[in-house]
Design a binder for this molecule. Structure first.
Ligand code: NAD
Length: 335
């Protein structure tokens, strides 16, 4: 197949080439798929897209007019693709449903620990030969209550790790997983209870119309003073302006994010020579109790290998006229 890979990153290229086994012609483009770049897809049979490529209806129509019938997403999330339009046009879309929940869960816990034990501040001090401990007091994770919103593949691994730390676990999910209750003592509660009782709240639910701005002024009001809020799921789950107010008032004690509602065009890129135009992000960056990573939770060698291999299993299936088990249907529930 002739394949065009949009938004191709250096970190993934070798994994994709290895998984392709020389069976396909691949054109790697650094550019994201947008209305401005869509013409570059001409001539391809299939596209490989990433999380911030635009798969909205007008773009899908263009792709269809170019004869493109296959889109393989190099991600689990598919909230950026209009599946209804794709189905209508006969464009088959597949994702990588699971590549390593451990990668994301472990990064989630890394954010918790780094914020709690103030590792960024400590590291910067040491580099200036400041060996003082003033202002570095953390808390024991053991005995704290962690609320996990979304206890699917990633949330379950977070539950397992935090259970190992001796945390009490609360969970909320529209489809509870009772194995977590049996194994780790996780107690399913309603959202207000989770907000009220958790010292740490971590988000692992998909971004859907029903979960957009799950964390907002009203829900923040219910939380404990000094709560730690972690989001490695999707930026749109959190109304960042409300969190900013919560940080200023001290209601939110720690905020760790790997995703941001306005991350598109920023995260994944070196913008160090430009003036940051996003005022909310600029404000967040000056808080000592905020830790931001740029959508890197998935970034382990295991995850990259799995993403590349699953992507080319799908492409090979399509090339041979077979169906891929990873094709998304209209009742796909994840984002
Ligand atoms: P998953 O489908 O296994 O789990 C999601 C869980 O959320 C499911 O149990 C589902 O029932 C639950 N859910 C759905 N709607 C809900 C709601 N309204 N309230 C509460 N729970 C709800 O998905 P996963 O693999 O665990 O991934 C979780 C999220 O992590 C994905 O949606 C994706 O956006 C994000 N993610 C981020 C990265 C990263 O690099 N930061 C990487 C992969 C995935």
């Amino acid at each position: 197949m002739n394949i065009t890979c949009f938004d191709a990153h250096t970190f993934e290229k070798e994994f994709l080439l290895k998984a392709a086994q020389g069976k396909h012609q691949i054109q790697f483009l650094k550019l994201q798929l947008t209305t401005e770049t869509v013409e570059l897809a001409k001539g391809a049979d299939a596209l490989l897209l990433f999380v911030n490529d635009d798969g909205s209806a007008p773009i899908l129509e263009k792709l269809h007019s170019f004869g493109i019938r296959y889109i393989a997403l190099r991600s689990a999330g598919f909230n950026h693709i209009d599946l209804v339009k794709a189905k209508e046009l006969g464009i088959r879309v597949a994702n990588v449903p699971a590549y390593s929940p451990y990668a994301v869960a472990e990064h989630t816990v890394a954010l918790m620990l780094a914020l709690n034990r103030k590792l960024a501040k400590a590291h910067n001090r040491i580099r200036e030969s400041n060996f003082s401990l003033t202002g570095l007091v953390g808390f024991d994770m053991n005995g704290k209550t962690a609320g996990i919103i979304g206890t699917g593949k990633i949330g379950s691994v977070v539950a397992k790790i935090l259970h190992g730390f001796g945390c009490h676990l609360l969970g909320y999910d529209i489809l509870p997983n009772m194995t977590l209750a049996e194994r780790y003592g996780l107690k399913y509660v309603d959202l207000p209870t989770l907000y009220k009782e958790s010292d740490i709240i971590t988000l692992h639910a998909p971004l859907l119309p029903s979960t957009k701005y799950l964390i907002n002024e009203e829900t923040i009001k219910l939380m404990k003073n000094g709560v730690m809020l972690i989001n490695t799921s999707r930026g749109g789950l959190v109304k960042t302006s409300a969190v900013l107010a919560g940080l200023k008032s001290g209601k939110i004690g720690y905020f760790g994010i790997d995703v941001y509602e306005e991350e598109k065009g920023l995260f994944f890129y070196d913008r160090s020579n430009q003036v940051l135009q996003d005022e909310i992000l600029a404000q967040l960056m000056v808080f000592p109790n905020v830790l931001i990573t740029s959508h890197q939770a998935f970034l382990t060698d295991t995850a990259l290998r799995n993403i590349a291999e699953t992507t080319f299993e799908t492409i090979n299936a399509w090339a041979e006229g077979r169906e891929s088990p990873n094709e998304l249907t209209l009742d796909a529930k994840q984002d």
